[in-house]
Design a protein around this ligand. Structure first.
Ligand code: IVH
Length: 687
């Protein structure tokens, strides 16, 4: 055998091995080799393919690694519109659907297939002669976004069908993240100080619609197919057969479906899923009921958005009754007293829940929640526990309305509620609880990023009086730290090294670390960029409050907060200490960009949840292109970028006739700006 033949054989071996190990890892949860060994095999294959492009193949496992990030998504028109489904919010609405189905078909008990409804993101996949060539999101139903590179990173999605299908085959289904992957992803984000995904759907959407496929590859997404376009071409006559055929092609289907031919059957299926879903590895938010016989579907027709031969039954969020044993009050960094209900443990959406935040006095008054009350608890987005309402009929005798204390539960100082604010605050800025929380915030990742200085250690240091404010961190001695519980010489050394390193954090991070009310990571970065000096910022805050308001995102409240903070003598002393310790107070001004930027002079407002990025990240993308980001919509606003669940800004934009961009349009605009498709002004931009 020649050298080339040998290589070809090795390539095939490697591909088969890599595919097998991917299956063991992702599908069977039973890996036989370590990640390291897997990476080594992958690298070997990549090297061969790089040297011998003639051996490369579109379905090679190397295609799953994810290419370089791109500038924006390319638009894809769907050959057949990607429709959505009508919802049935209760069993009566479902019964109505089933009756109508029967009437239209003159059949009292039409056969329907019930399938679990996956809480994910709809996608379309195209296979040409059995090879995956393109995948796209639903978008607006007519036009979606090309997410081929990101989809290829999903390990369970075949790049080649196990049975070759001639010509173009389009299949559709749902991309989602399993519950374990979701929990792991949010845990990592919490650790990194990044915003958490509210639910698995958002996590899947955010992961699939990122411009960096390498990021998608890290997220362990799953895909399940449930639809074949033009099934008659393949002799597929029923929904049940469709699912079987998808499986025969090697495409993952989620299973759990059942044929039903009466309302009773359907209800029995719902009963099972209503509880069974919590044991299911993937988040499901309902059941889809579809007319099984495909040839009869045209008799029912479609509405503008959804076919009438199917319906989605949505599960109501699970609620449980429990008794409140106590309402705990804790004190945060800014002195805010936060009430939390502590109750008898209950199982909710798969986990045990013992506590739920009650937010503030107004919320407590509105629901009239008292210690001893029986309350209904549910999880918002299946994640965050909340008290929905009190079961007043079960209220025991002798309960009293709950009032937040007038004295701080930690230091005993007066706690007050300032006019116009919802929060009750401890007035003593030296309160140990506040001191501790401020130090924890100072050391956190988005601030000074001091690894190792977490909650427990700060607690000990404050208790032992080694720290009474965050500037004291820079006077800690190695032997003091080494003498603490569960600290050795090595960890003490590491901590001191991390403290030293923090002195050169970026100026924005230092401003954020100060813990000034109403100032978070983003505003701190904007202030740093504007003034390039902490001393200049301090000076402006004391003397020129109005000027501050010309900084992005700074309004009257923030300007007042800055003024109050920088004129307070304790804080001035803190600044002196930080300066003396050598913490960064200055940064070099960014030189003005070379040449004009595509969005110079354009004003954007962001509202709602974007799936591919946070609003702060979108703001950075806008500013990098010369645009401005404002907090409120006015006639001067050029574009309002609208994510999911937008706020009143969306309504205001519509009433003022300000052009609105959804996330897809925003991404397209970014791509256009970067590809040189500008200059563009608000007048020339499409609405
Ligand atoms: S069938 C033309 N089946 O839920 C109808 N959809 O709320 C195509 N979904 O748009 C949809 N699981 O994104 C279908 N087993 C399932 C599903 C499912 C989840 C999604 C899909 C759909 C949405 C409707």
């Amino acid at each position: 055998m020649g050298e080339f033949e040998n290589l070809k054989k090795r390539t095939e071996e490697l591909r088969a091995e890599l595919d097998r190990h991917a299956r063991l890892y992702y599908e069977d949860d039973a890996p036989e080799i370590s990640d390291f060994q897997y990476d080594r095999l992958m690298r070997e294959l990549m090297e061969i393919e790089e040297k011998h492009p003639e051996l490369a193949a579109p379905d090679s496992p190397t295609q799953r690694i994810g290419g370089a990030p791109r500038e924006g998504f390319v638009k894809v028109a769907h050959a057949e519109p990607m429709m959505s489904l009508e919802n049935a919010l209760n069993r009566d609405e479902l019964a109505e659907f089933y009756t109508k189905l029967g009437e239209a078909l003159s059949d009292e008990s039409p056969e329907v297939l019930c399938e679990p409804k996956i809480d994910g993101l709809a996608v379309s996949l195209i296979y040409e002669n059995g090879v995956f060539t393109r995948g796209s999101t639903r978008g607006d139903g007519q036009i979606g976004e090309d997410v081929t590179a990101n989809l290829k990173t999903i390990r369970t999605m075949p790049l080649r069908l196990s049975v070759p299908v001639e010509g173009t085959l389009e299949v559709r289904g749902e991309v989602c993240i399993d519950k374990r992957g979701f929990a792991a992803l949010n845990a990592a984000r919490e650790e990194n100080g990044e915003p958490l995904f509210a639910n698995p759907r958002n996590a899947a959407a955010g992961s699939l619609r990122t411009l960096d496929p390498r990021e998608t590859a890290r997220r362990r997404l799953k895909i399940y197919l449930y639809q074949v376009i033009e099934p008659e071409k393949y002799g597929v006559k029923t929904q049940q057969r469709m699912l079987e055929w998808l499986k025969e092609l090697g495409l993952p289907t989620q299973g759990g479906d059942r044929l039903c031919s009466s309302l009773e059957d359907i209800y029995a299926y719902l009963d099972e899923w209503e509880t069974g879903r919590f044991e299911h590895p993937i988040d499901t938010d309902g059941v889809v009921v579809k007319l099984n016989d495909i040839s009869l579907r045209p008799l029912l027709g479609v509405t503008a958005k959804a076919p009438k031969w199917a319906i989605a039954f949505k599960f109501p969020p699970e609620e449980k009754l429990t008794q409140i044993k106590n309402i705990e009050v804790t004190v945060g960094r800014t002195g805010v007293l936060t009430p939390t209900a502590v109750f008898d443990p209950i199982r909710l959406a798969g986990t045990t829940v013992r506590r739920a935040g009650l937010h503030n006095q107004d919320e407590i008054d509105k629901k009239d929640v008292r210690v001893g009350d029986f309350v209904w608890v549910r999880k918002a987005g299946e994640i965050i526990p909340e008290v929905v309402r009190v079961e007043y009929e079960k209220r025991p005798d002798g309960t009293e309305p709950f009032k937040l204390p007038e004295a701080c539960p930690v230091c005993g100082s007066t706690a007050v509620r300032l006019p116009g604010e919802a929060a009750v605050k401890c007035t003593n800025s030296a309160c140990p609880a506040q001191v501790k929380e401020r130090i924890i915030y100072f050391a956190s990742r988005s601030a000074m990023d001091i690894t190792g200085l977490g909650e427990k250690l700060v607690g000990q240091l404050v208790e032992k009086k080694l720290l009474s404010n965050y500037a004291d961190i820079y006077s800690l001695k190695e032997e003091q730290v080494a003498a603490l519980d569960r600290m050795g010489d090595k960890s003490a050394q590491n901590l001191l090294a991390a403290i030293e390193k923090s002195k050169s954090r970026p100026l924005g991070a230092v401003i954020n670390a100060l813990g000034i009310s109403n100032i978070g990571e983003k505003t701190a970065a904007d202030l740093a960029e504007r003034y390039n000096s902490l001393d200049v910022l301090a000076e402006k805050s004391r003397e020129a409050v109005e000027e501050l308001e010309t900084v992005d995102g700074v309004g009257e409240i923030i300007a007042q907060s800055l003024h109050a903070w920088f004129t307070e003598p304790h804080n001035i002393a803190l600044l002196d200490k930080l300066r003396a310790a050598g913490v960064r107070f200055e940064q070099e001004a960014k030189s003005a960009a070379a040449g004009p930027l595509p969005w110079n002079g354009l004003k954007f407002v962001l509202t709602g949840e974007l799936s591919g990025m946070t609003r702060a990240q979108a703001g950075v993308l806008i500013k990098e292109r010369g645009g401005k980001v404002a907090e409120s919509v006015s006639k001067k606003t050029d574009f309002v970028v609208v994510g999911e669940n937008p706020g009143s800004k969306y309504i205001k934009a519509q009433s003022l006739g300000v052009p609105v961009l959804d996330e897809a349009a925003f991404m397209a605009k970014l791509a256009a700006a970067d590809s040189g498709d500008w200059p563009e002004t608000a007048e020339t931009a499409e609405n």
